[in-house]
Design a protein around this ligand. Structure first.
Ligand SMILES: [Zn+2]
Length: 581
C-alpha cells in the first residue's frame, strides 16, 4: 500500500506566494491555528539605478568557511588535538579524504604545522599543513583538503601518523575504509548536475530531493531573483550561481560569490527554501552594488527585511518588540550587536537587524537609506558601530544612540508584543537547540565552522561525498525529525507542543553529554521517534519526517531513491511496528 507523495511542485508554487504555508501532512496531529500574522510589506521597488559604468561583477570573497568536523572524531593520545575526517558519515574506498587537526584552546599557532603520513602500506606523506583560523569562529586548526586519494586502495584499516612541528608531538590513529558496496543508499551513482534558468545557474546532485524537485525549484529561483532585483533596483548583468546542498549546513544558506542553499526532505533548519534563497540572493546583489564598508548588522538586516522575515514571513517590528522588557527582556543594545554581530544570539541579532532596517526604510525611504548604507566607511577603531554612527550623522543628522532611542520608541509602540512573545522565545529555543544538536552530532554543519568547500573545485574533480554524505544514524534521523516537527508546530502556533519536542531533544542531548549509551531512551517522546525510525530502517527505509499521534504515526521515508513514501506505524507492547508498506 505505497502512497507516493507528490508534494514538490504544488508546495513550491504555494511557497512562492509568500503566504504562511500549511505544512503538508499525511494524517497529522498537527492541526493548528497560526497566530494572526501581518506580513511584512515588501518594500517599494526602489529606483536605485547603478551608473552605466557600474559593472556588476562579483569579486570573490574567501569562502565563508572551510573545514570542520566529522563523525570520525578521535582524541590524540595526549588528548590535546582533535582530528576529524571528511567526508562525514564514515570513509569509503574512492573518497578524497580531508582532515582537520584541531588545536587545543590557547594553542600558539604561530609558524606551527602538522605533518600527516599514512601507511598504505608504503608510507605516503601529505604536504605540511599550517595551523590557521578556520570559519567564522576562527578556530585554530590545520586543514588538509582532499589530500588522501583512496580510489585504488583496498577496504580495511589504515594507520595515520601525525607530527606537530616544531616540537615533535606525535601520535597515530587508525581509520577504516569501508568498501564501496557499503556506501549509503543513493550515493553510489550520484553525480553533480547543472541546469540554467532565466536568473541562475544551479548545480545539484542526482538522486536527491533537489533533482526530484528541480523544475519547481528553478521556477521559484527565477521568481525570487526577479523580486530581489526589483527590490534593489538593479538588473542582472550575469547569472546567479547556486548549489543545492543535499544536507543541512549552518542554517541552510550561505553566500559568497555563489549561493549554497540546503534542500532536503529532513531540513531541520529552515524549511522555507524560497526565503533562504531570497535572503542569499539579496546578499549577492547587495555585494554587487558595493559600498566601502557594509556593516554586518545592516547586511543581514537588509536581507531579512527584503525577504519579509528571517526563516519565515514575519512582522519584524512586532516580533522585535517582544524582546523588550517587560516581555522577554532579551533586547541587545545596537552598538554591541553591530560590533560583534555573528557572536550575538543568532535569531535575536537577525530579528533586531531586520526590524532596524525596516524602521529606517519606513522613516527615510529606500533611496535615502540606500545612499546612507552605501556611504559607510571604516572607522579608525575598526568599530562598525562607530562607522554607522558617523554615516548616520552625515546622512540623517543623528547619532547611532539617537537612532536607537527612536527605534526603541517605535518598538514600544507596537500593539502586539505580547502576542509574539512565545513565538520569539521558542524560535530562539528551537535554533539554540538545533545548534546544540549540530555541535554534538553533526559538527560539520555548525555554522561557525561549517564544512563548506570550494564547490567549483568539487565539480571539476567529481567529488560529491563532502556534501552528499553526512551523519545519518538513527539518532541523527530522530533528533532531526524532532526538530522538523518543532519547526512545523511553531509555524502553526502550537507553542506548548513545540516546547515539549524541544525539551525532549534537549533531554536526549543532556543524556548524550553525560555519556548515556542510548540518549534517546532518556525521554519518552524521543524514544518514540527512535522506535519509528528503527522500524522503518528494518524495512529498508530512512525516515525524513514523522507525524506522531499517540500510539499511531505516519512517516515520510525514502529508500534507494529520493521518492518519498508514506508509511504508517503503530505502537504495540513490543514497540513500534510498521503496519503498512
Ligand atoms: Zn545572511
Amino acid at each position: 500500500m505505497r502512497r507516493i507523495l507528490w508534494i514538490s511542485l504544488t508546495l513550491l508554487l504555494l511557497i512562492a506566494c509568500r503566504t504562511l504555508l500549511p505544512v503538508p501532512e499525511p494524517t497529522a496531529t498537527l492541526t493548528a491555528v497560526p497566530p494572526t500574522v501581518t506580513l511584512t510589506p515588501i518594500p517599494p521597488s526602489p529606483t536605485l539605478t547603478p551608473s552605466p559604468s557600474t559593472t556588476l561583477t562579483v569579486t570573490s570573497p574567501p569562502p565563508t568557511s572551510t573545514p570542520s568536523v566529522t563523525d570520525t572524531v578521535t582524541r590524540t593520545p595526549a588528548d590535546v588535538f582533535t582530528v576529524r575526517y571528511h567526508p562525514d558519515g564514515g570513509l569509503y574506498v574512492g573518497d578524497q579524504v580531508s582532515l582537520e587537526v584541531i588545536a587545543p584552546a590557547r594553542f600558539d599557532q604561530k609558524d606551527t604545522s602538522v605533518i600527516v603520513e599514512v601507511e598504505i602500506p608504503e608510507r605516503l606523506t601529505f604536504p605540511a599543513a599550517k595551523f590557521t583560523s578556520f570559519g567564522i569562529q576562527g578556530r585554530q586548526q590545520a586543514t588538509l583538503i582532499w589530500v588522501w586519494d583512496t580510489r585504488n586502495l583496498e577496504a580495511g584499516d589504515y594507520t595515520l601518523t601525525f607530527t606537530i612541528q616544531p616540537g615533535g608531538t606525535t601520535w597515530s590513529e587508525t581509520v577504516r575504509l569501508q568498501s564501496t558496496d557499503q556506501l549509503p543508499a543513493g550515493e553510489a551513482n550520484a553525480q553533480w548536475a547543472t541546469v540554467t534558468s532565466e536568473c541562475c545557474v544551479a548545480h545539484y546532485f542526482t538522486n536527491t530531493a533537489g533533482e526530484r524537485d528541480i523544475t519547481g525549484l528553478l521556477e521559484q529561483a527565477d521568481e525570487e531573483a526577479r523580486i530581489a532585483a526589483q527590490q534593489m533596483g538593479i538588473t542582472f548583468s550575469e547569472p546567479i550561481t547556486f548549489t543545492i546542498l543535499p544536507r543541512v549546513l549552518g542554517h541552510g544558506g550561505f553566500a559568497s560569490d555563489e549561493i549554497h542553499v540546503s534542500y532536503l526532505d529532513r531540513n531541520y533548519a529552515a524549511d522555507s527554501w524560497y526565503m533562504v534563497l531570497h535572503h542569499e540572493m539579496v546578499h549577492i546583489l547587495d555585494h554587487r552594488l558595493g559600498g566601502d564598508l557594509r556593516p554586518s548588522i545592516l547586511v543581514e538586516g537588509l536581507a531579512v527585511y527584503l525577504s519579509g522575515g528571517h526563516y519565515k514571513p514575519e512582522p519584524l517590528l512586532s516580533r522585535a518588540s517582544a524582546l523588550l522588557e517587560p516581555y522577554l527582556d532579551r533586547y541587545l543594545p545596537l552598538a554591541t550587536l553591530a560590533d560583534d554581530f555573528y557572536a550575538a544570539q543568532h535569531e535575536i541579532g537577525y530579528l533586531q537587524a531586520g526590524a532596524l532596517v525596516q524602521y529606517m526604510i519606513e522613516r527615510w525611504g529606500w533611496e535615502a537609506f540606500s545612499a546612507f548604507y552605501r556611504d559607510i566607511h571604516p572607522h579608525a577603531s575598526n568599530s562598525q558601530a562607530l562607522a554607522i554612527d558617523a554615516a548616520l550623522q552625515i546622512h540623517f543628522g543623528l547619532t547611532f544612540s539617537e537612532l536607537e532611542e527612536d527605534f526603541l520608541l517605535a518598538l514600544q509602540g507596537q500593539p502586539d508584543s505580547m502576542l509574539w512573545m512565545e513565538d520569539v522565545r521558542l524560535t530562539v529555543m528551537h535554533f539554540d537547540t538545533l545548534r546544540r544538536y549540530q555541535q554534538a552530532f553533526d559538527p560539520s554543519a555548525y555554522f561557525r565552522t561549517a564544512w563548506l568547500m570550494d564547490s567549483k573545485a568539487m565539480r571539476e574533480r567529481g567529488i560529491v561525498a563532502d556534501y552528499l554524505r553526512h551523519p545519518n544514524a538513527p539518532i541523527n534521523q530522530a533528533l532531526e525529525s524532532m526538530l522538523v516537527t518543532s519547526s512545523q508546530l511553531l509555524k502553526k502556533g502550537q507553542y506548548a507542543q513545540a516546547e515539549q519536542i524541544l525539551s525532549a531533544v534537549n533531554i536526549a542531548l543532556d543524556a548524550s553529554q553525560t555519556g548515556e549509551e542510548n540518549p534517546l531512551a532518556a525521554d519518552p517522546l524521543a524514544e518514540d521517534y527512535q522506535g519509528i525510525i528503527l522500524a522503518a530502517q528494518a524495512a529498508g527505509y530512512r525516515t525524513q519526517q514523522i507525524f506522531l499521534n499517540g500510539n499511531q504515526a505516519t512517516a515520510w521515508c525514502t529508500a534507494e531513491s529520493a521518492e518519498l513514501v508514506s508509511l504508517n506505524f503503530s505502537k504495540e507492547r513490543t514497540g513500534w511496528v510498521l503496519v503498512n508498506e
